[in-house]
Design a protein around this ligand. Structure first.
Ligand SMILES: [Zn+2]
Length: 188
């Protein structure tokens, strides 16, 4: 599938999810057998770890279809970028979706500030640029959208592997916003 076809596939799968019409394909023993020799996921999803946001369900995908990297706040840190680099370089994925979501707890925590201990402070620092870009009066969902957009841009700036693929036209990066209530993914 080319970039346009992948985005169409993701949108169609999400429409099925929203309408409670998951097809549940490619989740059986036959599919597992096929995949033992390798994987060619067509998309990479950088998503939050939030239990309410499940990319495989949200896009109605089965085994081996999407390469999902989950970290609170869907931030681009060394580990999440390295995981994405692997899929770009070795799996032939040609779309990267950076997906924030409604009422994200990590973004909310970043907005509150304060000292949350070494690890959480480190994670939340990755959301600071979006906070500053939105200003003090922004709501959480505005910051979530900005964080997805800025993280998408950041991937190119911080990874030669991703930048080369984008410049060659083989990979596209798309920011997105997941609505907790409807299940709809808005491509930004
Ligand atoms: Zn979240």
């Amino acid at each position: 599938m080319n970039i346009e076809q992948v985005i169409t596939r993701l949108k169609e799968g999400n429409a099925r999810f929203v309408e409670d019409k998951l097809d549940g394909a490619l989740q059986d023993s036959k599919r597992r057998d096929v995949l033992t020799s390798g994987q060619e996921p067509y998309a990479i999803i950088l998503s939050c770890a939030d239990s309410r946001v499940v990319p495989e369900l949200a896009f109605d995908t089965g085994l081996g279809e999407i390469f999902v990297v989950r970290v609170a706040g869907n931030v681009a840190n060394s580990s999440s970028i390295a995981s994405i680099e692997y899929a770009v370089a070795h799996c032939g994925s040609n779309v990267i979706v950076v997906m924030g979501h409604q009422s994200c707890g990590a973004v909310t925590a970043a907005m509150k500030g304060g000292n949350n201990g070494y690890n959480i402070n480190h994670l939340l620092a990755h959301i600071s640029p979006a906070l500053h870009a939105c200003g003090a009066n922004a709501g959480v969902n505005e910051v979530v959208r900005k964080n997805a957009e800025m993280t998408a841009a950041d991937l190119v700036n911080r990874s030669a592997i991703i930048a080369d693929a984008v410049n060659a036209g083989t990979v596209a990066i798309v920011p997105a916003y997941y609505n907790l209530d409807s299940g709809k993914v808005d491509f930004l």
